[in-house]
Design a protein around this ligand. Structure first.
Ligand code: BJW
Ligand code: ZN
Length: 236
């Protein structure tokens, strides 16, 4: 059933980083102070209180900087080394896939370690924790900087989304790990793959709206099941 000679595409969400200690969005750790993460990850929240939103991101950056990639991240990096046609699509902004050694990554929702200016084209990596001033200002025009991530209601970067869509459409196997499969357009990618004949394998500690459409649902933690699944697939 699993044909590794055809293109393999993996879509990941917050659940893959949970065992590294990064809180998920909709799980128990998804609250910061009394705010839901999904209420702060919006342009409206940033417009009305940029400092509050930056304090949320400062906290996330601090938590993530203390985390290490886990065995699920490293398994995906190994898969990339072994397979001729492999694409990793992630909704995560934490940079743990990159730190685990994955190379061909499409980051749908941006990167928490980059900042960009709300007034000019300035866009740069900034890994300082903590940042020297909050909210940070643009070194070029003194405008307000924001995290270089995609918030609700914002368009995903066109070229990245186009590449992800094309990868999904030509996939022979799509592995979906640790996402609630609620947030569009990422949640549609496995359905695009399925419509074009891909086998869908979902790995999640819970059922999701994707579960009824998956050919295989592996129920449990990514850290335990992903390496196990990869060993079993490799040994045929
Ligand atoms: C484990 C585990 C373990 C735990 N092992 N598993 C069509 C219909 C309805 C609405 C829309 C639509 N099209 C667009 C929208 C609006 C919106 C949307 O989808 N809303 C829905 C919620 C209803 N989408 C957008 O606004 C997107 N923009 C867009 O489409 O533009 C065009 C447009 C705009 C407006 C209208 C129409 C079109 C942009 C979405 C951007 C999402 N941004 C965020 C924040 C990023 C920055 C940051 O990190 O701060 O991205 S929100 C947040 O959700 C973050 C995540 O990447 C994303 C997905 O979350 P994820 O990864 O699934 O995490 P969780 O926590 O939800 O789930 C974790 C899962 O892991 C769970 O299932 C656990 O069981 C599991 N798990 N531990 C295995 N150890
Ligand atoms: Zn600027």
């Amino acid at each position: 059933m699993i044909d590794l000679t055809r293109p393999v595409v993996v879509l990941t969400g917050a659940g893959i980083s949970a065992e590294s200690g990064v809180p998920t969005f909709r799980g128990a750790g998804g609250l910061w102070r009394s705010y839901r993460a999904s209420d702060l990850a919006t342009p409206q929240a940033f417009r009305s209180d940029p400092r509050l939103v930056w304090e949320f991101y400062e906290w996330r950056r601090e938590v993530i900087s203390a985390c290490q990639p886990n065995v699920a991240h490293t398994t995906l990096a190994m898969m990339e080394q072994c397979l001729a046609d492999f694409t990793l699509i992630t909704q995560n902004v934490d940079g743990l896939h990159q730190r685990a050694g994955s190379l061909n990554i499409l980051t749908l929702h941006g990167d928490i370690w980059r900042v960009r200016c709300t007034a000019c084209a300035y866009n740069a990596v900034d890994t300082r924790v903590p940042l020297p001033e909050l909210p940070p200002r643009c070194p070029t025009c003194d405008g307000l900087l924001r995290p270089d991530v995609i918030w609700f209601g914002e368009q995903l970067p066109g070229t990245v989304l186009e590449k992800a869509w094309m990868a999904a459409a030509r996939a022979g196997l799509m592995l979906v790990v640790g996402t609630s499969a609620l947030v569009q357009p990422a949640a549609s990618l496995p359905l695009v793959a399925r419509r074009n004949g891909a086998v869908i394998v979902e790995l999640n500690s819970e059922q999701t709206p994707l579960t009824p459409f998956a050919d295989i649902h592996l129920h449990g933690s990514a850290g335990e099941h992903l390496p196990q699944w990869w060993r079993s697939v490799q040994s045929g």
